[in-house]
Design a protein around this ligand. Sequence first.
Ligand code: GLU
Length: 304
Amino acid sequence: MTRPVLRFAPSPNGHLHLGHARSALLNDALVRSSGGRLLLRIEDIDPGRSRPDLIDAIADDLAWLGLRFETPARRQSEHLDVYRAQVEAFSARGLVYPCFCSRGTIARAVAAAAERSGIPPACDPDGAPLYPGCCRALAPGEAEARRAAGVPHTWRLDMARALAAAPGPHRVRSVPVVRSGEGRGLSSHRIGADRVEAADPARWGDPVIARRDVPTSYHLAVVMDDAAQGVTHVVRGADLRASTDLHVLLQALIGVPSPRYHHHELVLDEAGAKLAKSRGSRSLADLRAAGESPASLRERLGFP
Ligand code: GLU
């Protein structure tokens, strides 16, 4: 069997919190038990929110936790040309179209359609109403003219055409994590046997695969980078499970192998909500400052 390759891929938009720590520790534990490689990827495509000081803070937190990654870490902001070329290749195949709609235009079109039909709008797995397709219907000449005039636009995947080009059935190869032993030094985590889950990419409608400000989206960049880095096992939080349905379609369209996936349970706050800095969840830096040791944090998260 080839050596497993795992990665931890934080976005430097905020400080790491307990959920990130669990993900990083689980990746590390699985690398140790499988003799694999552990890579780090900085997902810094967001020019407005990514901050260099946060990249340094992430490195500090990971070192404090006792985690070591192969160097250098891959930085997505250094590969924008590669993502742009893929969007152009999709465009040449008629799989994407430029979308000039603002959020407000989309909200109004969705509300009007719901009003007319009396049916509430269908939403994607993140809870956003599915794009009503206004720009899909633009005449090619009209879209070209708007682009030539410099009207800002995203690129959306034309889901119907994408599914015609890669009909599937689409599947996610998932792996459980098998845990044995409890307590310091005894607990171990290893990668279990493959399972196959059905994937339904169409529930994303026509998703944005390149934003206005950057020539990619999270979905495209993550799929291209996992392939470029030879990642064999993607181990990340359950909040990204639905995205994987879209990722396997993008992998089929691009022609890269699909890794195996494990989506672990999220660390929740006292109210049972997902941790988020925006809701005041304590960062690892806060916990460190309050005197928490790496050992107690590892124990708390089940990695003694
Ligand atoms: N960058 C994403 C995040 O910080 C994780 C992406 C992934 O693991 O696929 O939430």
